[in-house]
Structure formats: C-alpha cells, structure tokens
Design a protein around this ligand. Structure first.
Ligand code: NAD
Length: 341
C-alpha cells in the first residue's frame, strides 16, 4: 500500500453520516489528526464522485460497496475502506483485493449496549411502560390493560451465545430467570453461571421468552418460521436485536394474529434498508408487512438502535481510527478479525 506514514496527511470521506457520527468522530479525531469529510448521502456508484482527494472511505451498514464502486474508488486512489460496523455483507471483498484496497471493520464494540436494549424491549412489552407514559399524560390513571408478569422464575431461551448473547444471559440471570441456550458451540463458563445448553427445539418448546443473538447465515435464515413457532409455548415473547432475516415476517404476522405469539420486539427487520435511519414521517410507506407489524398492540419496533449508546459510539470511533492508523502506518491491526482484506 502506497500511503504516507503520518496520519495528519490522510483524508477520510465518511458516507451515510448522521449528526451523531460527526460528533463522535470529530471528538475522537483530536488524538489522530486525520482530515475528515462528511457526506450525508449513501456511498453508491453515483456518489463516489463526491470524494475529493481522500485516500480512505468510511462506510456503514447500508452503503453500497460493490465492484463498480470499488473500481471507481481505486481510480480515485482510495486505499482503505473502513467499516464503522461489524457486518460486512455490503462489501465485495474480492473486488477490494483485486484493486489493492484494504478493508477493515469494528468486530465488537459494546455487547452490553445490544444486550441491555434486548432487556429494555422485554420490559417495555411486558410492563407496557410506553402505554403508561402516554396514558398518565392524558390524566388517565387507570391500570386496566397494563397487566404484566414477573420475569423472576420465567424461562428465557437464547439463540447464539457470543459476545451479546453472553451479556444478555447475565442480565437474565440477574432477573432470576431460568436461562436456556442454543449455540453451535457450548460455553462452559456460562454453564458455571447457571445457563443450560439445550437443543434448538428445546429452546423453542420450553421458553417463555426467546431472544435471538446469532448471526444471519444460511443456517440461521428464518430460524423463526411457521414450524418453529408451532413448537413454542402459547403467548411466547420473541425478541430480535440481531438481524431481520432470522425471522420469517409472514410467519410471525400469522402467529400474532392467532395469538400464538403474545409479544414481539424487533430492532431489526428483513427489509430495513429501505426504512431505517431516516425520517419518513411524511411519506407513504410501501412496505405492507412492517405496517401490519406496527399495527399490533403487542409488537414493539425500534429502528436498529440497540447499538446506540455513548459507549458504543465511542468505541466505534476509536477502533475505526485505530484500524486506519495501523493500516496507513503499515502496522498490524491489533485485533485480527478487524482486517477483512
Ligand atoms: P458473536 O460472533 O460474538 O456471536 C455470535 C454467536 O452465534 C457465536 O457464539 C456463534 O457460535 C453463534 N452461532 C453461529 N451460528 C449459529 C447457529 N447456526 N445457531 C446458533 N448459534 C450460532 O456476535 P455478537 O457480537 O454477539 O453479535 C450477534 C449478532 O448481533 C450479530 O448478528 C450482529 O449482527 C447483531 N448485532 C446487532 C446490533 C444492533 O444494533 N441491533 C448491533 C451489533 C450486533
């Protein structure tokens, strides 16, 4: 890679930037001294043209980094694509390799942020604090319709016990829940803490609440489907803070209509890239499935905000800058899983 070795000479073009990205990256750039250029627009074949003399681009989950974009980036002398997220399904890594462009990411920033949001969704759906808030503001002090249940003693089933699933299990144990877990690798540490590793079917059959924390891949796509829903307890609560594609949307809508699913909390949605991270309040939403989901009183949708904490954004900025600094100085990136190409 032919880039000078001092960080202040390097310019990073950020795409899909929100006001909070600017705040956190500007704040932490004091320690690094890069030149920063922020674009609100998504990176795609039409917007590469905006890049002026930047040798690094920084992208997020919905930027398009396909072969055509990568070839244009190479023509513009871009040497590094820095993802400020963990997932990299939107980047053509082979094309990056062919064009001699390095690609790095932030593999894990704050597992607690996502785990705590999963618990927030459970508590909201159960104790209906969102409804109570509005009700009291209308001077309606009635409790009718707000009945919840004790979490203490309930069975929570976790699918995927990596960084986030593990953090979530600790929270659930703290609430006095029985915790079942399914993962392709079991975790003896967690077993010591009282988590029981069981089959996927046992998680479906025995859990009062099921929380998804595995990645989306060929094995896990639509793990929540008509068959698995049929195995679940009546009135089960399903929480997804992982990836939208883990849930077959039509099947959960059916389960909700039948009353089989008692509660659904989703921070991710299969078609989210057309909706999330923007204000569409004046638009006519064309996605009928999300509109149907949002119409159920026992469904809570948040727009991919589980990661959105001060600590996580701080980590994202620091790790992204450190990755870039290592690459421009031709040093090893400390965490091997951060370097993709
Ligand atoms: P991780 O890699 O630490 O853990 C994933 C776990 O899933 C691993 O233990 C792995 O063995 C397990 N797994 C893999 N295949 C499986 C299968 N077929 N069945 C069951 N388990 C399987 O990842 P993480 O950091 O804990 O993140 C988990 C998920 O959360 C990721 O998919 C990530 O995209 C998502 N996420 C969401 C947000 C958000 O804001 N909503 C933020 C960060 C991460």
């Amino acid at each position: 890679m032919n880039v000078p070795s001092t960080s202040h000479q390097h310019k990073i073009a950020f795409f899909s930037t929100q006001p909070y990205d600017k705040i956190f990256f500007n704040k932490h750039n004091n320690e690094f001294g890069f030149e920063l250029d922020f674009f609100e627009t998504q990176l795609n074949p039409q917007t590469v043209i905006l890049i002026e003399n930047a040798d690094i681009v920084c992208v997020f989950v919905n930027d398009i980094v396909n072969e055509s974009v990568i070839e244009q980036l190479a023509e513009k002398q871009v040497k590094i694509i820095a993802l400020r997220c963990a997932g990299f399904n939107n980047v053509d890594l082979e094309a990056a390799k062919r064009n001699n462009i390095k690609v790095c990411r932030v593999p894990a920033y704050s597992p607690q942020a996502v785990a705590e949001h999963a618990m927030a969704m459970i508590l909201t759906l159960n104790r209906k604090t969102h409804k109570a808030y509005n009700r009291v503001r209308e001077q309606n002090f009635s409790l009718n319709g707000l009945l919840g249940f004790d979490l203490f003693g309930k069975t929570i089933g976790i699918i995927g016990t990596g960084n986030i699933g593990k953090a979530f299990a600790k929270i659930a144990i703290g609430f006095g829940c029985k915790v079942l877990a399914y993962d392709i690798v079991s975790n003896p540490e967690m077993e010591k803490d009282g988590v029981q590793f069981v089959t996927l079917e046992e998680v479906f059959r025995e859990s009062d609440i099921i929380s998804l924390h595995c990645p989306l891949n060929d094995q896990t796509k639509h793990v929540i489907n008509a068959n698995s829903i049929a195995m679940m307890k009546d009135s089960v609560m399903i929480i997804n803070t992982s990836r939208g594609g883990l849930i077959e949307t039509a099947a959960v809508i059916e389960g909700l209509k039948e009353g089989k699913i008692g509660y659904l909390g989703i921070d991710v949605y299969e078609q989210e890239e057309k909706l999330f991270f923007r204000d569409l309040s004046a638009d006519i939403i064309q996605d009928d499935a999300i509109q149907r989901l949002m119409s159920f009183p026992n469904v809570l949708v948040t727009a991919h905000q589980a990661f959105f904490t001060n600590e996580a954004l701080t980590q994202i900025a620091l790790v992204t800058f450190n990755n870039i600094k290592s690459l421009v100085n031709l040093n090893d990136i400390g965490n091997k899983s951060a370097l993709l190409v």
